[in-house]
Design a protein around this ligand. Structure first.
Ligand code: ADP
Length: 490
């Protein structure tokens, strides 16, 4: 099959969170299975250009219709670790993708609406007719709308669209101008409840809703979260839409790129190890301590890695730091937020704990350092309020670091409690708690720290059970292929 991914993120060149990892990992898996995959993304000025090979301009003067005129656009081609990528570069005073940041701009809706129109125009002008266009999150949700309302009438009749929702919270709610900008026009048509009209606000258009309505198949990133979003109040207002379209909706657990996250070969960690010889993990623990000036002692290292967003249960992250330090454990945090206030809060905490030999908080984004923490830590806390899938717990499992997670979304599809799971013993791989509060977190963190000290053999088994899990792209890759095959024009 010929698959085109249209995406706002791609690891490692333009990554904010798990979406970027997923698009890279899935594309790689699809290619390994003999499919042709091309990826289209914006040409951001703040990308990691050192991860792009052979970047060349491949299409000049693509005239992308915009507000009754057109924006002259260049399309660049380059390889990102073997993946074929096209980068969209508009030439206009708007400077849509030269902002030094991926998201968080006042005109995000227009930036990505332009991206959708440009990606479709590029496919159309180059005569590409992929079997499947796979879009990701609200930023690319206009692609199926443009395909079925505009481009199929121009002759693009073959492609079908799969739309993956990575996070229901951000939906791209906006007003009428986006219709004029993209040339979709006809507000009376699109402001219809069955199309793009927001379910809560009749004056607003909801791009993610459009993506759901117009796609041939909609997925979210774990089976548990697909149910939570549709039936358990986590759809952020899109519940009725998901119900209407439930015949083409399902959850596919994200995979993890087992090449990129592999303790046997990881170039970012000083000592390599595997489930058969786990001893070297402790060399990484030593290296992590040296890197962060932590004391060398018998204590376990508890870690948190992730975006500092309310979604991640920041109050419980904070509580975990103090609980760990008061209960004979060390704590390491790596994270950042686009919101200044949140960063400042954690920077204040960092200052407050500056003299502790058992704690280091690193406020920032650092891919290589993340690998060292996954390899060097003993425990990883993920106290999320909601978590569509979550990759950090899967990476931790791969590195023999025992996850402590809240029972929500993909976390509860991947982590099974040592003491209270109904799974067989050899499948239990971590600690799980129910309630999104400090008491809930303590109930699990306490058991984990006590197990580390009092039952080291049990703890070792947990580590190994985690390392033996298969959360690679093997299963989800096949799952997506089944979906593509189901929807494609045969
Ligand atoms: P989300 O998509 O909600 O951000 P996920 O758990 O699905 O959360 O994916 C997070 C990914 O981003 C993981 O690969 C994690 O290691 C990485 N990550 C998050 N924050 C940082 C950071 N500050 N530095 C390095 N990597 C990070």
């Amino acid at each position: 099959m010929f698959v085109v991914m249209i995406t706002p993120e791609l690891a490692p060149v333009a990554k904010v969170g798990g979406l970027g990892d997923v698009v890279f990992g899935l594309s790689r898996e699809l290619e390994l299975r003999g499919n042709a995959v091309e990826i289209i993304l914006p040409k951001y000025n703040n990308m990691r250009y050192d991860h792009i090979w052979g970047l060349t301009k491949t299409y000049e003067n693509l005239m992308v219709p915009w507000y009754g005129g057109a924006i002259t656009t260049s399309v660049w081609f380059g390889f990102v670790h073997g993946r074929k990528c096209f980068f969209i570069e508009p030439h206009s005073a708007d400077n849509f993708f030269n902002r030094g940041a991926y998201y968080g701009q006042n005109d995000d809706v227009l930036r990505f609406a332009f991206f959708c129109r440009a990606a479709m125009e590029f496919l159309f002008k180059t005569g590409k007719q992929p079997d499947v266009i796979h879009c990701h999150d609200w930023q690319t949700a206009l692609v199926p709308v443009l395909l079925w309302e505009m481009y199929q009438h121009l002759g693009m009749k073959h492609p079908r669209v799969c739309f993956t929702v990575h996070n229901f919270r951000h939906q791209g709610t906006t007003g009428e101008p986006v219709l004029r900008a993209t040339g979709l026009n006809r507000p009376e048509h699109f402001f219809h409840y069955d199309r793009l009209r927001d379910n809560a606000n009749p004056q607003a258009l909801n791009l993610m809703k459009g993506g759901i309505v117009y796609s041939n198949f909609v997925t979210t990133v774990s089976p548990r979260h697909s149910w939570e979003a549709k039936d358990a109040g986590q759809g952020h207002g899109l519940e009725p839409t998901l119900h209407t379209h439930q015949h083409k909706y399902g959850g596919v657990l994200n995979g993890l790129d087992y090449e990129q996250f592999n303790p046997e070969t990881d170039p970012y960690i000083p000592a390599h190890y595997h489930a058969g010889a786990i001893g070297k993990k402790y060399d990484n623990k030593r290296a992590l301590r040296q890197r962060f000036w932590l004391a060398e002692n018998e204590k376990p290292i508890v870690a948190f890695i992730g975006r500092l967003d309310a979604q991640k249960g920041l109050e419980q992250v904070r509580h975990a730091i103090f609980y760990a330090l008061n209960h004979q454990a060390q704590f390491v945090l790596l994270g950042n937020s686009p919101e200044r206030g949140i960063n400042d809060h954690f920077l204040g905490l960092k200052q407050h704990l500056n003299d502790s030999p058992d704690c280091h908080l690193e406020i920032g984004y650092h891919e290589e350092l993340a690998h060292l923490i996954y390899a060097g830590a003993d425990l990883l806390v993920v106290p999320s309020r909601y978590e569509p899938c979550g990759l950090t717990q899967m990476i931790a499992l791969r590195y023999g670091t025992v996850p402590i997670v809240r029972s929500v979304g993909g976390l509860s599809d991947t982590v099974f409690d040592k003491d209270f799971s109904n799974r067989p013993l050899h499948e239990r791989n971590g600690y799980v708690f129910e309630h999104a509060d400090n008491a809930g977190l303590e109930s699990a963190l306490h058991r984990a720290i006590r197990c580390y000290y009092d039952f080291p053999d049990h703890f070792r088994h947990l580590m190994l059970n985690g390392m033996h899990c298969d959360y690679s792209w093997n299963h989800p890759g096949q799952h997506y292929l089944n979906i593509y095959d189901y929807i494609r024009d045969k």
